[in-house]
Design a protein around this ligand. Structure first.
Ligand SMILES: Cc1ncc(C[n+]2csc(CCOP(=O)(O)OP(=O)(O)O)c2C)c(N)n1
Length: 330
């Protein structure tokens, strides 16, 4: 018998499952180029790559409308792209160019895209939990049916603000969904060394329904997110979801030798057996949703789009030096 996730995946249709494949590929190709930009010293600063976690951003954002809100983290490129950001402007921002989302002055960890409901990445671990909950409060106060999704890493479970806002979200039945991406490590420390007790119990203590989902299965993530979104839109209040996932690369692009904090075999196991894009690819082909040739065409189109955007960004102008203190608030 088909699982609930698979039944939903078939119901949502071919367009959606193919778009989710395309979006995951786009994030992967984008991030691989970001790594190259860092290594070739063309990008100022660092970036925290999302490779390996693509199914979480894509499965969740596919369940949202354009006018719904998200808040993101220091590992935010995947969230931005999944919510509709343009690849050109993303690259421009990372390269400090004027066309970037923050006119080149924010960089990787501060990209916001209000037109698509993205209230911003955030370098402060847990910092966006208050912003997402505030956005949900605003939606409720204004009488809209928008929802807000707060992406957070499991490292943010140690931040007090999360518990203040979950308390209010539950009391006021706010349309907010906390999506905790548990990629097992907070920087270079396994989460079991920083996080006491059961993760889900933390939300349940506030009366918030909480569940865990396989973060490498984009259809499961989409199904879980869709249920939480339906509940929030209908006035049912907040939800909390942990997505079990893994970052395939370092904590940031410069974290190359990881052997002192996690085993090579562990990384290899996730990359070969739990890659969300390969898993979805196999599912699409096995279920007759797409042929390998169709998926190859999507891959080629995505690669061309990302490479064109990169070429554009590399040539794009920097802001004028006289603008150095414009649009800068801190
Ligand atoms: C308030 C705060 N404390 C510490 C840091 C330094 N820091 C940056 S990322 C990070 C780990 C975050 O882990 P997690 O939330 O699990 O996200 P992941 O990096 O695994 O995606 C830490 C401690 C910070 N940016 N903000």
């Amino acid at each position: 018998m088909a699982t609930e996730t698979e039944t939903r995946a078939i119901e949502i249709g071919r367009d959606v499952v193919l778009r989710m494949y395309e979006q995951m590929r786009k994030i992967r190709v984008f991030e691989e180029h970001v790594d190259d930009l860092y290594r070739s010293r063309k990008m100022p600063g660092l970036a925290h790559l999302y490779i390996g976690q693509e199914a979480v951003a894509v499965g969740v954002c596919e369940a949202l409308r354009r006018d719904d809100y998200i808040t993101s983290t220091h590992r935010g490129h995947g969230h931005c792209l999944a919510k509709g950001a343009s690849v050109d402007r993303m690259f421009c921002e990372l390269l400090g160019k004027e066309e970037g989302y923050c006119r080149g002055k924010g960089g990787s960890m501060h990209i916001a895209d209000h037109v698509n409901g993205n209230l911003g990445a955030n370098a402060i671990v847990g910092g966006s939990t208050g912003i997402a909950t505030g956005a949900a409060f605003s939606a409720k106060w204004r009488g809209t049916d928008q929802v807000a999704v707060c992406f957070l890493g499991e490292g943010a479970l140690g931040q007090g603000v999360l518990y203040e806002v979950m308390n209010l979200a539950s009391l006021w039945k706010l349309p907010v969904i906390y999506v905790c991406e548990n990629n097992l490590y907070n920087e270079y420390t396994h989460y079991s060394e920083t996080t006491a007790g059961e993760l889900l119990a933390r939300a349940e203590a506030f009366g918030i329904p909480a569940g865990e989902v396989d973060g490498q299965n984009v259809r499961s993530v989409h199904a879980a997110a869709s249920s939480a979104v339906e509940r929030a839109r209908a006035g049912g209040g907040p939800s909390f979801v942990t997505a079990s996932t893994y970052r395939f690369r370092g904590h940031h692009v410069g974290d190359v030798d990881r052997s002192y904090y996690r085993a090579k075999d562990e990384e290899e196991g996730w990359k070969t057996e739990r890659d969300p894009i390969l898993l979805h690819h196999s599912w699409l082909v096995a279920g007759g949703m797409a042929t390998p040739e169709e998926l190859q065409r999507i891959d080629a189109a995505v690669t061309a789009e990302v490479e064109q955007a990169l070429g554009h960004a590399l040539e794009a102008p920097f802001p004028e030096p006289r603008e150095v203190d414009e649009d800068v608030y801190a």
